[in-house]
Write a protein of this length. Structure first.
Length: 189
C-alpha cells in the first residue's frame, strides 16, 4: 500500500492508496467525468472525459527529490505513482507495477505535439504492451515522452498548485506531495 502526504491549504493530509495517485491528465479526467454518465456507463465515462482532460492539462514544472536530495526536474503533462498498473479496459500505464513487490512505479508523461503523443502511444501499446508480453521483458521501457521509474519514496514539488487524485478521487489542489510505500500493509489474495 502506498501513502501520499498531500500539503493542502488547510494543512497536511495523509491519504492511503492501493492503485494510483497523480497529477495532470489523470486528475483532470477524474474532475471532468460526469457522475451521472459514470453511474450509467462505468469506466467508459472516463474515455468520454479524456479530450477535456487533455485540454485542461498544461505542462507542469516538477521537481523530484528523495530523502531531501534533489534527483531531477521534469516538464510534464502527467505524473502517476502506483501499485497497480493496468486500468479498466486493459490499458497498461505502469507495466512493472506489482502490489506485492514493496515498490511503487512512476510514470512521467511529457509528450509535445503530435510526434510526442504518437511516441507515448507507441510506448504504452507496443514497447510496454505487446512487445513486453511477447518477449517477457523484465522491466518497463522508457521513451522520449514516457519515463518509467521504480521508487520506495519520492517528494514531488510543483511550481504551481495542481489537482491531485488518489485512487480515482480528487483530494484537492497542492504543489507538494510526499509518496511512500508501506510494504506488506495489505494482504492481496
Amino acid at each position: 500500500m502506498g501513502w501520499v502526504e498531500v500539503t493542502l491549504p488547510q494543512g497536511m493530509n495523509r491519504e492511503p492508496f492501493v492503485v494510483m495517485a497523480g497529477f495532470g491528465i489523470d486528475a483532470h479526467m477524474i474532475t471532468e467525468t460526469n457522475d451521472d454518465l459514470k453511474d450509467k456507463a462505468g469506466w467508459l465515462a472516463y474515455v468520454e472525459s479524456l479530450g477535456r482532460a487533455v485540454s485542461a492539462s498544461d505542462v507542469m514544472e516538477i521537481n523530484l527529490s528523495r530523502g531531501g536530495e534533489p534527483i531531477g526536474h521534469e516538464s510534464a503533462h502527467t505524473l502517476i505513482v502506483g501499485n497497480c498498473g493496468t486500468l479498466q479496459g486493459g490499458i497498461t500505464l505502469l507495466p512493472d507495477a506489482d502490489p506485492t513487490d514493496g515498490e511503487l512505479d512512476v510514470l512521467i508523461l511529457k509528450a509535445e505535439g503530435v510526434a510526442g503523443w504518437l511516441d507515448t502511444m507507441k510506448n504504452m501499446v507496443w514497447d510496454n504492451g505487446l512487445r513486453k508480453m511477447m518477449a517477457k521483458d523484465e522491466s518497463a521501457q522508457s521513451s522520449e515522452s514516457a519515463v518509467h521509474q521504480r521508487i520506495s519514496s519520492l517528494t514531488i514539488e510543483l511550481e504551481q498548485p495542481r489537482i491531485v487524485e488518489v485512487d480515482g478521487d480528487e483530494v484537492g489542489e497542492t504543489n507538494r506531495i510526499d509518496v511512500t510505500i508501506k510494504p506488506a500493509a495489505l494482504r492481496v489474495r
